[in-house]
Unconditional design. Structure first.
Length: 499
């Protein structure tokens, strides 16, 4: 797992390293400067140049820039520094004094092949304006190769939102470790390639969040023993579909088959049974009460209580009957329950307190708008919370929450995870149904809701990347993603190229 930190957590780790470990702040700044020099020299080599403009602010990020400028100058590079700040932190002032080269006080009219952005660090929380805005616009208007120190200036280091305007970097050197904002929201648009520079800051004292890697997900798919059978890998029951949204159920069930469960059961309204019959031969098709939509029946639900995982909500329509089904399962079922789509919307309409009555482990998989309905927070509030968005709700109700977005945030068991895998080609109807089916299938094999959500979102993300590679960003369907799940899993397990 790769650890990422908030700005506050990084500041706390920085203080701990200085106060408890005895490392001088100027020593850390010197190390940060060396890390920046390394990336600038890589750019020199790739572009065949030896000239750089270092744009510094007056804080410690600017101090890192002055160190890099001094070291590059001592190494023979053609270096100029642009700094329009009037106030300086003590460490920045010290490093500015050590730099003996030229410091420009106004924006030059000439162009530079490489620009090192050291205006702001991770702590920016208000829109950029004045001289800082002019500097950001100057950098973005240049034809330079841009390297950002810590985060691109103008990016909120916690939630990844661009604070008005933001430097567009080709490479971002995240000093001391990764920051949340590099990955969330606008982070992926502005950071370019992200490189973590280890400078000796002790990050063990901060909880942080975690990004899964191939090896972490591969560990959740161990090689199977030969002497096994379908009963060895669990049963997932998917309660989904209606006349209006019949495709959601088919997508979820098809995806679940690719996730590895021994049995996949699809439960549909009785009036829709023959519309689904034979569509997916490998799926067990079961009819519940109802014609075009589900009607609550204890007898129907009792039939699936022995399943290792139940997934409910996709394409069901919002209504009291759906809510009654959720309430029954929460109070009678003891396995793993995944609630998605209309199950979430029904909870939002009729009351979330029923979650407190649960006897099963519960995973909610809302997208941002669904989570807004559940939590009462506005979409902008959720986006601004970043890594912390699902935590309060999850802890209040004792559930796990996978908040789906371009980068999904998963909270459960006291830990936060990001899934950064995926493609814009998955911004299509049906993608959530596919994800729920895969998650349910993994959970049916004995994985916890958090493990299943982590593995399922990662696996679908890799499948989406493979689809984009073959078909581009526009023409991929949810069904295409299902078809690439086997290849994606082989890539994760190291048995194929491409991920």
């Amino acid at each position: 797992m790769i650890k990422t930190l908030s700005a506050a957590q990084m500041r706390a780790c920085d203080r701990y390293t200085i106060e408890k470990k005895g490392v001088l702040s100027l020593t850390l700044m010197e190390r940060a400067g060396h890390a920046l020099v390394k990336e600038v020299q890589k750019a020199f080599s790739a572009l065949g140049v030896n000239e750089v403009l270092v744009v510094c602010g007056g804080g410690n990020n600017g101090g890192d820039g002055f160190v890099a400028a001094r070291l590059l100058s001592e190494a023979g590079a053609d270096v100029q520094v642009l700094c329009m700040a009037e106030k300086f932190s003590a460490d920045c002032a010290a490093m500015k004094e050590r730099f003996k080269g030229e410091v420009l006080g106004r924006i030059p009219r000439r162009r530079y092949p490489v620009i090192l952005d050291c205006i702001f660090g991770t702590g920016l929380s208000r829109p950029v304006e004045g001289q800082a805005l002019a500097l950001i616009r100057f950098i973005n208007a240049s034809a330079a190769f841009v390297i950002a120190a810590d985060v691109p200036s103008g990016l909120n280091g916690d939630n990844g939102l661009a604070m008005g305007e933001c430097v567009r970097a080709d490479v971002t050197v995240s000093i001391g470790g990764y920051k949340h904002g590099l990955f969330l929201n606008d982070g992926g648009e502005y950071c370019g390639a992200v490189v973590a520079a280890e400078i000796g800051i002790d990050t063990s004292v901060a909880a942080g969040a975690f990004l899964a890697e191939n090896k972490d997900v591969a560990a959740l798919f161990p090689e199977r023993k030969r002497n096994t059978h379908k009963g060895s890998y669990g049963k997932v029951s998917i309660v989904a579909g209606s006349r209006a949204y019949s495709g959601a159920a088919l997508l979820a069930a098809s995806a679940a088959l690719r996730g590895g469960a021994g049995y996949v059961e699809l439960c549909v309204p009785a009036g829709m049974f023959f519309a689904y019959a034979g569509r997916i031969p490998e799926v067990i098709l079961t009819s519940f009460c109802g014609e075009e939509n589900f009607v609550f029946s204890e007898d129907d639900l009792e039939k699936i209580l022995s399943s290792q995982c139940i997934v409910l909500g996709m394409g069901m329509g919002v209504g009291l009957e759906v809510y009654k089904m959720i309430q029954y399962l929460l109070t009678r079922y003891t396995g793993r329950l995944v609630l998605d789509a209309d199950a979430l919307n029904s909870l939002a309409r009729y009351g979330t307190d029923v979650l407190k009555e649960k006897k099963c482990t519960v995973l909610l998989t809302p997208h941002v708008k669904e989570f807004s309905r559940l939590s009462g927070l506005s979409v902008p509030e959720i986006v601004a919370l970043g890594a912390d968005a699902p935590r309060e709700f999850a802890e209040k109700y004792g559930v796990s929450v996978l908040l789906k977005n371009a980068v999904s945030v998963l909270y459960g068991g006291g830990k936060t995870f990001f899934n950064v895998r995926g493609s814009a080609c998955q911004a299509k109807g049906g993608s959530g149904d596919v994800l729920s089916g895969v998650i349910g299938s993994i959970a049916a094999q004995g994985r916890s809701p958090v493990e299943a959500a982590l593995a399922g979102s990662y696996l679908c993300g890799v499948a989406g990347e493979l689809c984009e590679r073959q078909s581009g960003q526009y023409s991929v369907t949810a069904g295409d993603v299902i078809a690439r799940i086997p290849e994606a899993l082989q890539c994760i397990l190291g048995n194929a190229d491409g991920a």
